[in-house]
Write a protein that binds this ligand. Structure first.
Ligand code: IMP
Ligand code: MG
Length: 177
């Protein structure tokens, strides 16, 4: 499987440090709030599991699922596949995402959740590809800024493969061309 990757972009050690740093910041910022962590399936689930164990204030967790990707290309269209179980009214929502790429998914999610009378909505993304944003959006918490390359591992997939890798790697172009 090693030959499927061009390079390793985020090591296991770096992932640990990122989760500790963000966990500390979030614990401080949400100490007196009603924190609801919302993970976006499936990519955000590995980061969510690590991040929440570094959060020391009270929090609830929930999951939702949208789809916008087919292979390595965004379709530009976002579909809701699974909604929240918890009513987010009055909650301080923190959306936990694997990667902020075009920003279309997060813009859509923020808009939908805003209409549910949450107290606040912020975004925590493990990776950010700022050069690829297609809409005006900024995450409130960013794990690591990465170049505009297709990456896999630590929850991120290519056609449902590689999510189980404990690190993040750049996919070799031969794999998808
Ligand atoms: P968006 O383009 O910001 O809407 O990205 C939506 C979703 O596409 C992300 O949450 C990821 O699940 C997926 N995605 C974007 N870039 C990559 C990548 O480099 N590798 C794997 N998945 C990606
Ligand atoms: Mg995602």
């Amino acid at each position: 499987m090693k030959k499927d990757f061009k390079e390793i972009l985020v090591t296991e050690q770096e992932i640990k440090e990122i989760c500790e740093r963000l966990g500390k910041e979030i614990s401080r910022d949400y100490a007196d709030k009603k924190l609801l962590l919302v993970s976006v399936l499936k990519g955000g689930v590995v980061f969510m599991a690590d991040l929440m164990r570094n959060i020391t204030c009270n929090c609830m967790i929930d999951f939702l699922s949208v789809s916008s990707y087919s292979g390595v290309k965004t379709t530009g269209h976002v579909a809701f596949k699974k909604d929240l179980d918890i009513n987010p009214e009055g909650c301080d929502i923190l959306i936990v995402e694997d990667i902020l790429d075009s920003g279309i998914t997060l813009t859509y999610l923020k808009k939908v959740l805003m209409d549910r009378n949450a107290n606040s909505i912020k975004v925590c993304t493990f990776l950010d590809k700022p050069t690829n944003h297609k809409v005006e959006i900024e995450a409130d918490y960013v794990g690591k800024v990465v170049p505009d390359e297709f990456v896999v591992g630590y929850g991120l997939d290519y056609n449902e493969k590689y999510r189980n890798l404990p690190f993040v790697a750049v996919l070799a172009p031969e794999v998808y061309s």
